[in-house]
Design a protein around this ligand. Structure first.
Ligand SMILES: [Zn+2]
Length: 323
């Protein structure tokens, strides 16, 4: 996500060239063609709907544009146009250190691909990214920020490393209780998180389809759980693929802050709605964080310490379940 080598200026990055993805939308079930273009330093990530009247399709990928979090994260603009299921692509861009991009699509939903961020990441890695002549900024959390909803909660805590910990607890025996903590630096996102797929439950499929949702969902782009069984013939990509996907979702939702958040995110049974509330809370509670550059953050908290090596070894051990 960002470099930690000594004295190296951490600059913003964009793609070396445009990348086109074609696929089906998870919820609307329609084919969409999406091209991710390089963009100028300081511009951030924007979506642009090409299938709506000219001048009405631009949607900045920012927390204040979130319009729906019922199953995935959707952002929208003042003309009523929206883009659904942005989180897996946002996670991929953030994980690959892409700060600036313009994403054109000819439909209302980001293609679901295989249900993870991996297809996005692998193309970005193949095409490559370029450094831009501008420092990368970050939000540095200095006091905890917390949102709760019953037994669910999400907290941003001060930390010398960006880290995401998620705890899930499902009645379905195939999932059960899972907890995982990942330090989001270097290529941790690629190796530990990006391949984890979204998941759904057999008993909910019919109800979702009646609401016009999950129309594009299939065993090609989601794990289907039925009680204690995984329906997909190929099985899981990680023993704890479910909690890894929740980390992926949280990382994608946090990317809507517009810059990386230097904090430890701890989520218990988190979802897109809770993550969106957390972003709102963070921006309202302006005294709990400062806006800095990644370089200044690293210089001030002393990111190069032995601590990070120890933590890295621990979570590499925790990745043993990888298939
Ligand atoms: Zn997801």
């Amino acid at each position: 996500m960002f470099k930690t080598a000594n004295n190296e200026q951490v600059t913003q990055r964009t793609l070396r060239q445009s990348i086109t993805y074609v696929g089906i939308g998870l919820h609307n079930g329609k084919n969409v063609s999406m091209t991710v273009h390089p963009a100028e330093a300081g511009s951030g990530i924007h979506f642009l709907r090409k299938d709506v009247p000219m001048g009405e399709g631009l949607i900045p990928a920012r927390w204040y544009n979130v319009v729906d979090t019922s199953l995935s994260t959707a952002i929208g603009n003042e003309y009523g146009f929206r883009v659904d299921t942005v989180e897996h692509l946002m996670a991929a861009l953030s994980g690959c250190g892409v700060d600036n991009a313009l994403i054109e699509l000819d439909g209302p939903e980001v293609p679901i691909m295989d249900g993870s961020s991996h297809p996005f990441v692998s193309m970005i890695e193949r095409i490559g990214t370029v450094d831009q002549d501008s420092p990368r900024h970050a939000i540095w959390i200095q006091r905890p920020i917390e949102v709760r909803d019953g037994d669910k909660y999400a907290i941003l805590m001060p930390s010398d490393m960006p880290r995401i910990t998620v705890e899930i607890d499902f009645e379905h025996e195939a999932i059960g209780t899972q907890i995982l903590s990942v330090e989001m630096i270097n290529e941790a996102f690629h190796h530990q998180v990006s391949r984890a797929r979204t998941f759904g439950f057999a008993h909910q499929i019919e109800a979702l389809r009646k609401q016009g949702l999950a129309r594009g969902g299939s065993l090609r782009n989601a794990i289907l759980v039925d009680g204690d069984r995984i329906i997909n013939e190929e099985g899981l990509r990680f023993n704890d693929e479910f909690v890894r996907h929740k980390i992926l979702d949280a990382f994608g939702d946090l990317a809507l802050a517009g810059v990386p958040i230097m904090a430890h995110y701890y989520g218990r049974k988190p979802g897109h709605e809770l993550n969106s509330k957390l972003m709102t809370q963070m921006f309202e509670d302006r005294s709990s964080w400062s806006y800095t550059t990644v370089n200044d953050f690293e210089a001030l908290v002393g990111t190069q310490g032995p601590h990070s090596e120890e933590v890295r070894t621990n979570f590499e051990k925790s990745a043993d379940g990888r298939s």
